[in-house]
Design a protein around this ligand. Sequence first.
Ligand code: NAD
Length: 383
Amino acid sequence: MDDALAAPTGVFGHAGAEGFEQVVFFHDAQTALRAIIAIHSTALGPALGGTRFLAYPDEAAALADVCRLARAMTYKHAVAGLDHGGGKAVILGDPRHVRSDALIRAYADCVDGLAGRYLTAEDVGTTQADIDLIHGRTPHVTGTSEVLGGSGDPSPATAWGVLCALGTVGARAWGTSSLRGRHVVVAGVGKVGAALVGHLTEAGARVTVADPDAAAVEAAVALHGVEVVAPEAAHAIPCDVFAPCALGGVLSERTIPELRCTVVCGSANNQLAMPSDGRRMADRGVLYAPDYVVNAGGVINIAEERPHYDRSRAWQRIAGIADTLETVFELADEQDCTPPEAADHIAEARLAAAGDEDALPDTQVPAARDPAPCRDHRRRPGS
Ligand code: NAD
């Protein structure tokens, strides 16, 4: 099977080929809401994943994105040891133009209709205010404000997790987890990227940022005195770490040969454009920290909401991402495979143990207690 087969088309193409449990389309005439919720797997628990509010070029692009993101959430939770399945939602449209409180409430009713099989949260294009509004209509939402009993915006937790992952990456690449003096290029200074820049400058790193949003760049410069590059040039800047913190597909056949960094470690979901790009990264000699391992801080934080949220306990647990990532790298060494393949292997072993063989690639299912060697995961999530 080649990469082309990893990109099924049409609703049943995505749902069937990738083992989705449910893909639901919502339309509300009054508010012009158009949303898709994809539930990939509930084998480990209710599907959890954020709501992305984005102007997609067309409906097919939105469907492809929500399915890839939902599947990656299944793997993210499995590797992080969380009792959640994988789901994701997209609201189609530019939030700056189409968002209204009525639209968000209509969307909340869609989530509520799934009766807890899907729990939503914040993602690109949605805000804490949106999440709190959703909370007014349905209990099936996470990351509400702390005054409402939630853990708040998960982005600071995600950024903290990326910083912890960078410690592991640094120890591998340079023999020290210290980032002092390292040059890090952060592509995307939104909710996660901006918080990460704060950690990095505090840690003594030299930071360069890129973002098409001039206000976001100005804020990073004003707060932290960082350098700036154009978004299209960010991946090709000579540096120690390239940290993608915007949208997916940034590591591709076109961009990988242009990388001039030692490692890639950032928060963006679905950084590899194609599954084979994991091998391309290894062949290029760039250490790639798998996205869904690195960016699990937000969901780990959310998982700590019940019974009572305790930030210090949550952040201690998030720091465990450093060890999880080390386990992934060690498995990749042992099995002579790439880090994304090793991460998939760990996830698939846990899913198989939970009896969810439908959610796995249909090629081979590893035995949970007898891990098979890493293999070519041509339908890897996050690709
Ligand atoms: P955000 O919308 O707050 O920020 C994204 C930023 O990227 C924006 O400032 C946008 O202008 C910028 N951007 C868009 N295109 C760009 C480009 N080509 N180059 C550079 N910058 C670009 O989103 P966020 O919540 O910070 O999430 C960032 C990424 O991390 C997403 O892929 C998201 O799915 C992932 N992620 C976020 C969380 C979380 O807790 N928020 C958790 C896990 C993963």
